[in-house]
Design a protein around this ligand. Structure first.
Ligand SMILES: NC(=O)c1ccc[n+]([C@@H]2O[C@H](COP(=O)([O-])OP(=O)(O)OC[C@H]3O[C@@H](n4cnc5c(N)ncnc54)[C@H](O)[C@@H]3O)[C@@H](O)[C@H]2O)c1
Length: 436
């Protein structure tokens, strides 16, 4: 099954990069609360598991990388050691730090051979049956105090915990790709996750130089949920003939996004982007807000997956789009016009709606949503802050206009945009809509 994280990895900017360089504040001295003497295990030596192991070893932990495929963990550690050496050669690490981190990396093929660990982070294939079986094994072999974390991007934490004894120790720690470089980690609470385990998980990854946000185990968590309309609105506007893809992209770049949504889907891969969208749509009982577009399904069916196949929304030669020629005049005409044909207002209204709704359902705080979208997707502003700046009542009116133009539920405004928050609920972080 393909990976279910499609946003962060692709947006260029301060949070992404080669995947090699450790965050500036990652060091051998772990932050308060976490003892670098505690052993860390990472299960799954693929792209994510290797990156997470690199971060843990650099932070001073004896780190075990486990993979069920014979030789896979050893090969991953070999690659990691080469990466650490390269970092030292480039001056990003001292040769001593690189050598020490390399010496802290150990491998196993079976989790039953692991020593007692402070935290075990699972990064195996995105398959519920496989993850459940692994957590059963981990729960039987590690102490009830060990935090058992999944790096899943789309599966429910409670489903992964299944019937393990002490399910409170099971949480989600959702790293972004490349894990060594991306600062954001979503800390996911299942219905049975203990607060102590969540805090412990947070302490670990913060000590490794990461920024954490909290979210409940809701489809897509924060980043993969709130980002959906960034792509969906652009695809729809092209299909509606409002402007061509390059012009829509230009308008969004003009609003401060590092890449336009359509060129970004080509970079992510149309198949990966469609799989994430479909997963959120299915998990929300096919809420029309997340329904994938026919245009994207057609691209995937035709094998036009984006840069990796040389053709997606655009055509690529030597990694460069040859047919992305925006109509600058058209972009200027559209921005600031009616919301239905304004690529920026329409996209931002939908991002704000999604973000506000997530907060209103109690799945994440407003502050965390804004941090997550800025660090996880490199958006120029957090959507909640952006919505407040525009005015939540204005956003509600824009959505109502879209809802009238395209009935069916996709554009229904979140109740939190149109009704004032409960004045007795001091935890509600969304402002009362202006004039309400
Ligand atoms: N790749 C991304 O961009 C990304 C981002 C965030 C989260 N994730 C999530 O991280 C997890 C891993 O993704 P990935 O891209 O690194 O996958 P991957 O396919 O690169 O690596 C998975 C590794 O796990 C090993 N494995 C599978 N089953 C195992 C088991 N039962 N025990 C031990 N090892 C096992 C495989 O041999 C493989 O080496 C998935 O849940 C994915 O959804 C991926």
């Amino acid at each position: 099954m393909c990976d279910m994280s499609d946003v962060a990895s692709a947006q260029p900017g301060r949070n992404s990069g080669s995947g090699e360089r450790p965050p500036e504040d990652s060091s051998e001295s772990a932050a308060a609360g976490v003892d670098a003497g505690e052993v860390v295990a990472v299960v799954g030596a693929g792209a994510m598991g290797s990156g997470i192991a690199q971060v843990a070893a650099l932070a001073g932990h004896e780190t075990y990388l486990v993979d069920m495929v014979a030789g896979a963990a050893d090969a991953a550690v070999e690659r990691l050691v080469a990466t650490l050496n390269r970092l030292a050669e480039k001056g990003h690490l001292s040769p001593e730090a690189a050598g020490n981190a390399a010496a802290r990396l150990h491998t196993e093929q079976d989790v039953e051979a692991l020593p007692p660990c402070g935290v075990v982070i699972e990064a195996i294939a995105e398959n519920l049956g496989a993850k459940r079986a692994l957590f059963e094994q981990l729960a039987a072999t590690q102490s009830p105090e060990t935090v058992l974390a999944s790096n899943t991007s789309s599966l429910d934490i409670d489903a992964i915990a299944g019937d393990v004894p002490h399910p409170g120790r099971v949480i989600g720690l959702h790293f972004f790709n490349p894990a060594a470089r991306m600062r954001l980690v979503e800390v996911i609470s299942g219905a049975r996750s203990d607060e102590a385990a969540l805090r412990r998980g947070e302490e670990y990854v913060r000590a490794w130089g990461k920024t954490t946000v909290r979210c409940t185990s809701t489809p897509g968590f924060i980043v993969n949920r709130v980002a959906r309309p960034f792509y969906g609105e652009a695809q729809r506007m092209v299909a509606e003939g409002i402007a061509d893809a390059a012009t829509i992209d230009l308008a969004l770049r003009g609003a401060g996004f590092a890449m336009g949504p359509l060129e970004l889907t080509d970079l992510i891969g149309q198949d990966v982007n469609l799989a994430v969208g479909t997963s959120v749509w299915e998990q929300t009982d096919r809420d029309p807000r997340y329904e994938p577009t026919q245009a994207q399904r057609d691209l995937v069916a035709a094998g036009q997956l984006g840069r990796k196949t040389g053709r997606g929304v655009f055509t690529y030669v030597d990694g460069k789009a040859t047919d992305a020629v925006p109509d600058e005049r058209r972009a200027r005409e559209l921005v600031g016009g009616p919301v239905r044909t304004d690529p920026v207002a329409r996209t931002v209204a939908m991002l704000v709606n999604e973000a506000v709704d997530l907060v209103a359902r109690g799945e994440a705080s407003a502050a965390d949503v804004d941090v997550a979208m800025q660090l996880g997707t490199n958006y120029p502003r957090g959507p909640i802050e952006w919505g407040r700046e525009i005015g939540l009542a204005t956003v509600a009116a824009q959505l109502a206009e879209l809802d009238a133009a395209y009935p069916g539920g996709r554009y229904r405004p979140s109740p939190a945009l149109t009704s004032p928050p409960n004045p007795t609920d001091s935890t509600d972080p969304i402002d009362a809509p202006e004039g309400a």
